[in-house]
Structure formats: C-alpha cells, structure tokens
Design a binder for this molecule. Structure first.
Ligand SMILES: NC(=O)c1ccc[n+]([C@@H]2O[C@H](COP(=O)([O-])OP(=O)(O)OC[C@H]3O[C@@H](n4cnc5c(N)ncnc54)[C@H](O)[C@@H]3O)[C@@H](O)[C@H]2O)c1
Length: 360
C-alpha cells in the first residue's frame, strides 16, 4: 500500500485549523490534535486523524455541540459519573480519565463513567494518561453493533474496545489496546475494496457461517469476536460497564457515530465509556512495584524464542518504537488516511498538507 510522510507538527497544526473551522475552541482543538496525532505516531492509523472527518460532520447535524462541556452529575470518594452533553468526545474522555486519576490519588482507585458522548478514537490513549502518573489505567467504550456472538447470526454487539496501560520505570508503559472483535471492521472493508479474501475467523456471512469473502460486509454478515466465546465475554463486560452502568444507548439502540450510515437509528449516538485508574504504589510501595514490573518484563523478554523468532515484545513496545521513529523521521500515513485528510481539507476549505510519498 502507498504511504506518505508528514511531520507530527504539520499534522497537528492541520487538525487544529480544520477543527477551528467547525467552531471548536482552540484549547479543545489542541488537545484533540494531540490525542489523534499521538495515535498516528503509534502506527494505529485506523483510529488516529482518519476519524476526524466523519466525526466533525456530527457538529452541523446537531449530533455534537462545540459549545457543550461534559459535567459531573454524581460522585463518591472513588467514583464519578459524567454526562458528556454531546461535547467533543476526545476532550470529554480526557477529562474523565483526569478525574479518575485525581480520585485515585485520594482513594487509591478512581472509576469514572460517561454517557451522552461519542467516538473517542483509540481507547489506549486514555489508559496511558494514568500510566504517566504511575497508575494502572483502563479505558473502554460500547459501540453500535458490528459483531456476532456464538450461536447468533448478524450483528449483536459492538466491537467494544478495551485498553490498559501499566507504568514502567523506563517511561514506556506496558500498553494493550484492542477491539474485542477478531479484526477491525475497516480491515474487512479495505480487503473488500481491494477484491481480496480475508483470513478465516474474521467474519460470518448472512447465514451466520464463517466466510473469507468480505464482499457482503457491512451490509450483511458480522465480524467475529476475537477467540470466539472469549472475545464475546469481554465485549459483554464492556457493554455492561460502559453501557448498562452509564445509561448510554445499548447495542442496536445506538446509532453509529459515523453519520448517515445506512440503517443508522435516528438521534444522537449516546455512547458510554468507562475509565479506571489504580494507584500502582498504594498497596505495595512505588519502588517495589517498579522493581517487580522490571523483573516480569525481563522474564518475558528473555523467554526462549520460537523457531524463526528473534524477539518477544511486551504489549505497547511496537507502538513506542513506532512513535520514536515518527517523532524523529515523520509519520508514514497509509493512503486511506491521506484521502480522509484531503477530504477534510476540501470540506473546510483549507490547503491540504504536503504529503511526501515514501519511496523506500
Ligand atoms: N472507539 C471505538 O469505538 C473503537 C472500536 C474498536 C477498536 N478501537 C481501537 O482500534 C485500535 C486497534 O484495535 P485492534 O483490535 O485492531 O488492535 P490490534 O489487533 O492491532 O492489537 C494491538 C495491541 O496488541 C499489541 N500487540 C500486537 N502485536 C503484539 C506482539 N507481537 N506482542 C505483544 N503485543 C502485541 C499492541 O501493542 C497493541 O496493544 C485500538 O486503538 C482500539 O481502541 C476503537
């Protein structure tokens, strides 16, 4: 696939300028740009700046409100619930995790849920906020259905992502961030556009039977949960914590955050999200936690390697290495992301970025 180089600074400035044109406040635009561009530096291009164009279209439709601010509506010592009031979802999620961290500083653990919100991008960004404060962070959200469950046919649950981050002394947290489906929907759609088949275990057809032919998706068929009943079980936990507990719209009641998807129920998305911070130094001393984490990381890295393998990664290491390279040499964006950004420039009437084709 073609790739194009852009510097993180240029991409952030472009995102801020595009968001200003939608009437978004400067500080909110800056924070959102940081979240989305960081995601692209990790190489998680499915959930970085690519998401901005469809998300911004929610503002003129009245599904999001640039003047709204999320509000804490109920709280205890270690928990809070926020009404997102359809404010910019990246900013709401950032505030929710910041509050969970603040609660964890006082109580050892903080739990903050949110409803009346929309797409927050990569769940992992918010989990790493806690790790930066020497806390274990978790973030998750429910979503409109795209995924089958064992025994069913068609879409039953969302691809409900779940992420955690764990602090490490070297400043590069262990960081795991996944959808609970076997593969992301846009990986299947990309294969369909390219006329390619997909690996077994990703998709069922209209009859609920496994298929490697993506041509019917997303109109018919459904994504399979990761590891069958195991991914289903985690997706259900996310639906309960982020959906049932928050008052957000559940499963088929929830319109996709992407506007004008065929079959989208009318109204606002009202997605639910959940953020947890656990003070890593509350139960054992911070120094002992770090020492034990270092031991565990070394133990895993030094495990005997399989034939053909020269390295074992901890979750997050691939992303931190990509980020280091992106900050030094620029981000390599795949062509579908570049197309979205060019479309966004056209939507708001600003110059597109000078994307340099990657030749090597
Ligand atoms: N907001 C939403 O509605 C929504 C919905 C679904 C997914 N998402 C996001 O999509 C993104 C991608 O999800 P995905 O399911 O495609 O992720 P994925 O399958 O690419 O897995 C990524 C995770 O696996 C780890 N990993 C990969 N290879 C590894 C290895 N060899 N050893 C150790 N760890 C390894 C990575 O460090 C990373 O944490 C996530 O950021 C998720 O939050 C968001």
């Amino acid at each position: 696939m073609d790739r194009f180089k852009v510097t993180p600074e240029a991409l952030e400035n472009f995102v801020i300028e595009a968001m200003r044109r939608y009437g978004i406040y400067e500080d909110d635009a800056r924070l959102s740009a940081k979240i989305l561009v960081t995601t692209d530096t990790w190489g998680v291009h499915t959930h970085g700046t690519r998401q901005l164009r469809p998300l911004l279209k929610n503002f003129p439709m009245g599904r999001l409100d640039a003047n709204a601010k999320a509000e804490v509506v109920r709280e205890g010592v270690a928990w809070a619930h926020m009404d997102g009031h359809d404010a910019l979802p990246f900013v709401t999620a950032h505030r929710a995790m910041a509050l969970a961290i603040q609660k964890a500083k006082a109580a050892g653990i903080g739990y903050v849920s949110v409803n009346n919100t929309s797409h927050f991008g990569a769940a992992g960004y918010y989990a790493t906020m806690a790790a930066e404060q020497h806390m274990i962070g978790m973030a998750m959200c429910n979503a409109d259905p795209n995924m089958v469950v064992p025994g069913a046919r068609g879409k039953v649950l969302g691809t409900n992502p779940i992420a955690y981050a764990i602090p490490k002394r070297d400043g590069k947290p262990v960081f795991f961030d996944i959808a609970t489906s076997a593969a992301a929907a846009n990986k299947v759609i990309r294969a369909k556009l390219l006329g390619q088949s997909i690996p077994e275990g990703w998709l069922v057809n209209a009859d609920g039977e496994p298929t490697t032919d993506p041509s019917g998706f997303p109109e018919t068929g459904a994504l399979m949960p990761m590891a069958n009943h195991k991914g289903y079980g985690f997706a259900l936990l996310v639906e309960v914590l982020a959906g049932v507990m928050t008052g957000a719209k559940l499963t088929e009641e929830q319109p996709s955050w992407v506007p004008n998807v065929p079959g989208n129920p009318p109204g606002k998305t009202n997605q639910g999200q959940m953020f947890i911070a656990i003070d890593a130094g509350a139960i054992l001393s911070p120094a002992l936690f770090d020492e034990r984490m270092d031991w565990l990381a070394d133990y895993i890295h030094d495990a005997p390697k399989a034939n053909g393998s020269d390295r074992i990664y901890l979750p997050g290491e691939i992303e931190w290495e990509k980020r280091e390279a992106a900050l030094k040499n620029g981000i390599d964006l795949p062509s579908d992301v570049v197309d979205y950004l060019k479309g966004l420039a056209e939507d708001v009437g600003i110059a597109t970025l000078p994307f340099e084709p990657v030749t090597e």
